[in-house]
Design a protein around this ligand. Structure first.
Ligand code: PEP
Ligand code: MN
Length: 264
């Protein structure tokens, strides 16, 4: 069902209020890695909205490598995202970690993110499909494009056709960067599937200084959208501060993205 041979036209996910992922314009999702506080999320939302983002990203449940690291604000985080949506008009994309919290996440999110670590959690995929909410399916750190498309197939087979794929970097032998952003995946996916393709340069390279370059490259490669970590005070962030842009850096990137998108 994900194949272009089955459906030739691009899938466009209508998130409401003119936000259309997979359409002619680049959809930019921006915000902190984690929702940390009311002030932090509202300040970030207002800033990224003013700079041209149309979705606010932010995790309420975080898949942290260590159990001793900040795990997220849970339902309180979802409420803060909803408050930021009401205040700015931004749509909300947030990650669901498990089946228990899915009903809550589905209630608050406009776009449900399935994290890299859950890409092949097939029972979760089936349950997310059943919500009929738009889904952003991140690529597993060690998944091939074929495995990723088959994971998306679970969502479509479950009756949910509103699925976008997000390249967020894969694990390679390279240790200078957090992951290796596989931009090859963008044109390859655009040929193989009708689903929209989003690039996450933040997790893809993991270094603030280089996030804008990889975001620009993602757009140039043909991505339909970007998801970028932005924090008003990255040095104080409770997660992924080292790869979060300041609002000022994000603003410069948005201007460059407009130029590249206009040239395509
Ligand atoms: C995130 O978006 O903050 C995140 C945890 O991403 P990933 O699942 O790609 O690691
Ligand atoms: Mn993150």
């Amino acid at each position: 069902l994900v194949s272009r041979e089955v459906k030739a036209e691009d899938t466009v996910i209508d998130l409401g209020d003119g936000v259309r992922l997979g359409g002619p314009s680049i959809v930019v999702m921006a915000g902190p890695c984690s929702v940390e506080s009311r002030e932090q999320v509202l300040e970030t939302a207002r800033a990224v909205k003013a700079l041209g983002a149309t979705l606010l990203r932010g995790g309420a449940w975080k898949p942290r490598t260590s159990p001793y690291e900040f795990q997220g604000l849970a339902e309180e985080g979802l409420k803060l995202l909803a408050e930021a949506r009401d205040a700015t008009g931004l749509k909300v994309v947030t990650e669901v970690m498990d089946a228990e919290t899915l009903p809550l996440v589905a209630e608050y999110a406009d776009l449900i993110q399935i994290g890299a670590r859950n890409m092949q959690n097939f029972s979760l995929l089936r349950k997310v499909a059943a919500t009929n909410k738009p889904v952003l399916l991140k690529r597993g750190p060690s998944a091939t494009i074929k495995e990723w498309l088959m994971a998306a197939e679970y969502l479509l087979a479950g009756g949910n056709y509103q699925v976008a794929l997000c390249e967020r970097g894969i694990r390679t032998f390279e240790s200078m960067t957090r992951n290796t952003l596989d931009l090859n995946a963008v044109p390859v996916l655009k040929q193989l599937t009708h689903l929209p393709v989003v690039v996450d340069p933040s997790h893809g390279i993991g270094l603030r200084a280089h996030v804008p370059a990889m975001a620009r490259a993602g757009v140039a490669a043909g991505a339909d959208g970007l998801i970028v970590e932005v924090h008003p005070r990255p040095e104080k962030a409770l997660s992924d501060g080292h790869q979060s842009l300041t609002p000022e850096e994000f603003g410069r990137l948005m201007a460059q993205v407009r130029v590249i998108a206009g040239a395509l």
